[in-house]
Design a protein around this ligand. Structure first.
Ligand SMILES: [Fe+2]
Ligand SMILES: [Fe+2]
Length: 475
């Protein structure tokens, strides 16, 4: 395993000291990055010492150490997995040929676009979450928020490294632009829709880290198959970090549900009004947040039919999820896939060439993975002896991208009229009053071991520390 050099100004395992030009360019970008962090990173957090993990190796066993650090001093760096000797292209027209260590001229524009689009999501989520520290439900949760934030910052480093090293001057310009765009800014927004939405409260944050960070997992997994080997090695290491982000979301919602069920049992009621009076989040509200975050996130996979997706696959830029584990021909030229369309007022399946449907293939793999966690939330409900269930909505529900965009559908997938949709919208998606209620619960609880009333404590602390450990030292 290539060890990480922490003597350098920029920690790395990519022999940065041997490439003076690149090193200088990145050292020039670094203060701008730290300035960006101070400007739009976690609010009022620069003096706090946070119990964070920092990567020290890319060995899956023991790759991180834990310790209290001030976030602006976090050792953001450049890490990639070790090169696999004789790695071959695993799919598309170049199947079986050597992978690329440099960017082929004919794929330069597409690769740059892929890397910039991925890179843009990383700082965007930090910006979206910047106010959440002010309303953390516990010190434990505050630390997890900050951990996610510093690692999203590191993911930006990962993409900027690729841009600087392999794309020359345009790469450096893209690196600067990644620090200039702002989530939700009318004039210079982030690239993808979901990353311009607000993350106004912790229920949204947990849904975001469960659903939207999982989109990250699938995009990164598809890029980890890339014929462009540095992109593959970089994204593989990012996936190691990503697992914790989804854990924060899954366990966060699980603890919300657990607490709600506890109060439902105490009060012997499922009446949302009574549960709200008791200060917990009723399950129908959890369901509406779920419907929103799920539908916004599955839009991130793009149009269900896309000639770009076919080009990216054919040319070896982006594979499928777990491409190398699949047993088909990895070319897909004669295969078809089912996508949805509306015909005569109902949703119907149609067969299209699979190469054009690869966004849909990745979306469907994502859906399978998402549903599994929702079932784990349902086990919390069942265990409490309560007869209720959370479900993901139909995949055509509330879509804004692709052939299904703008369709009026119930969460169950029934096509409905505009009037019917309007009449039910507040049952299907978070209403203004849901959001106001959830916002009303958001008060800062940061005494070690104390938790806000609307969420259960976790079963375990971080890195085998007790739950009431001082995860954040305020100054
Ligand atoms: Fe990320
Ligand atoms: Fe993430």
């Amino acid at each position: 395993m290539s060890a990480i050099d922490y003597q350098e100004l920029i920690p790395n395992n990519v022999n940065l000291s041997e490439d003076k030009t690149l090193k200088r360019a990145l050292e020039h970008w670094q203060p701008n990055y730290v300035q960006w962090w101070k400007d739009v990173g976690p609010k009022d957090s620069n003096e706090s010492e946070v119990y964070l993990r920092t990567a020290v190796s890319v060995d899956p066993q023991g790759w991180a150490t834990f310790g209290h650090v001030k976030m602006p001093d976090y050792r953001w760096g450049i890490f990639m997995n070790d090169q696999i000797a004789d790695r071959k292209v695993g799919f598309g027209e170049q199947l079986g040929r050597d992978v690329w260590q440099e960017v082929p001229g004919e794929h330069r524009a597409n690769l740059r676009r892929i890397i910039v689009t991925q890179g843009d999501t990383e700082p965007a989520s930090v910006e979206q979450q910047r106010h959440l520290g002010l309303t953390a439900p516990s010190m434990y949760d505050l630390r997890n928020l900050y951990q996610v934030n510093v690692e999203e910052g590191r993911h930006l480093w990962a993409m900027v490294f690729l841009l600087h090293k392999y794309f020359g001057r345009d790469g450096r310009e893209e690196g600067d632009a990644l620090l200039d765009r702002r989530s939700g800014d009318a004039n210079n927004p982030r690239i993808l829709g979901a990353f311009n939405e607000q993350t106004p409260d912790w229920l949204s944050f947990f849904m975001f880290t469960y659903f939207t960070d999982r989109d990250g997992k699938f995009q990164l997994a598809a890029l980890a198959e890339s014929a462009f080997d540095p992109l593959s090695r970089t994204t593989k290491f990012m996936l190691t970090e990503e697992a914790h982000h989804m854990f924060v979301g899954e366990s966060g919602i699980s603890r919300v549900v657990q607490r709600t069920c506890q109060v439902m049992n105490e009060l012997k009621t499922d009446d949302p009004a009574k549960l709200r009076a008791a200060g917990v989040i009723d399950l129908p509200t959890v369901q509406r947040y779920l419907n929103f975050h799920y539908s916004v996130t599955i839009d991130l996979f793009g149009a269900d039919e896309s000639s770009n997706a076919a080009i990216f696959y054919n040319s070896g830029l982006k594979g499928r999820y777990e491409e190398t584990k699949r047993t088909d021909d990895h070319r897909l030229t004669n295969q078809t896939y089912k996508v949805l369309e509306v015909k005569n007022g109902t949703l119907q399946e149609k067969e299209v060439p699979m190469l054009n449907a690869l966004n849909e293939v990745l979306r469907d793999d994502y859906i399978t993975d998402s549903v599994a966690g929702v079932e784990r939330w349902n086990r919390v409900i069942t265990k409490a002896g309560i007869d209720a269930k959370l479900t993901v909505p139909h995949k055509a529900f509330n879509r804004k991208i692709g052939a299904l965009a703008g369709l009026k559908l119930s969460p169950q997938g029934q096509v409905v009229s505009d009037v019917e949709f309007a009449a039910n919208q507040d049952k299907w998606l978070p209403s203004a009053s849901d959001r106001a209620y959830v916002a009303s619960l958001m008060g800062r609880v940061v005494e070690p071991g104390k938790f806000a009333n609307w969420i259960a404590p976790p079963a375990l602390g971080i890195n085998r520390q007790p739950v009431d450990f001082e995860y954040v030292r305020f100054h």
